[in-house]
Design a protein around this ligand. Sequence first.
Ligand code: MBD
Ligand code: FE
Length: 280
Amino acid sequence: ATHHEVATAAGSGAGATARFKSDKLAGVANTPKERVSLLAREVLDAVHETIRKHKVTYDEYNALKSWLISVGEDGEWPLFLDVWVEHVVEEVATEHRQGNKGTIEGPYYVPNAPEQGSSGSVPTRENEPGTPLVWTGQVTSTDGTALPGAKVELWHADAEGYYSQFAPGIPEWNLRASFTTDEQGRFEIHTVKPAPYQIPTDGACGKLIAAAGWHAWRPAHLHVKVSAPGHELLTAQLYFPGDEHNDDDIASAVKPELVLDPKPADNGETVDYGFVLDPV
Ligand code: MBD
Ligand code: FE
């Protein structure tokens, strides 16, 4: 054993499972019986059809059973669902929007991050590794009016691909903050560029990826939630041009409208990117 804490699938999985239970369960008990029956029936029909079509064997059935058990044991249901299912839920939930494209939330959002006003830095460690990034932008409504007092919540991985509160040894609110737009609806955020994110290889999701011969990568990304009174909550991620995984994100969450266009600056990079919110 060593004193050095290492990030494990079960560690981040337990955190993501606890996070989900603590604030995402409102409303789940209200799903109407007819809806549960319809959706469960059709998902099961699709499973049965796949078994018939490919003549699934008992060995394969038992491999699935054992793998499903390990997804729960590793706490990886949030990770599994957000990587392989959420993007379609997001697509359906936001197809009516005129404003900004959004994308999936993923498993690592934590509400109530430190408030930094309209302009400031996210909390970082002393000598936080990574390229400094200054990001300016404006939040507007679909009719073009600026939205003062809008909230921009930001969370992202560090330059090694780890998220605070889901990997050990990182200060609680590292690279997590909440900004509020000024009178012109503007904000200015100082942070560092995140690294690409690799799905933990030592858990159930990693075992599926290895067994199928897939890769485990998401491109580097900044997560945001943007909200303003009278407008729909926008959940999005922003990406960096040239990332080799922008075209084959394992979570299928990249959209061209969400790729930033940063410019080199004295000590790092600057980027301007604003958000257009749909009125409710
Ligand atoms: C992530 O950082 C993420 O954003 C998603 C969607 C899934 C796994 C890890
Ligand atoms: Fe992420």
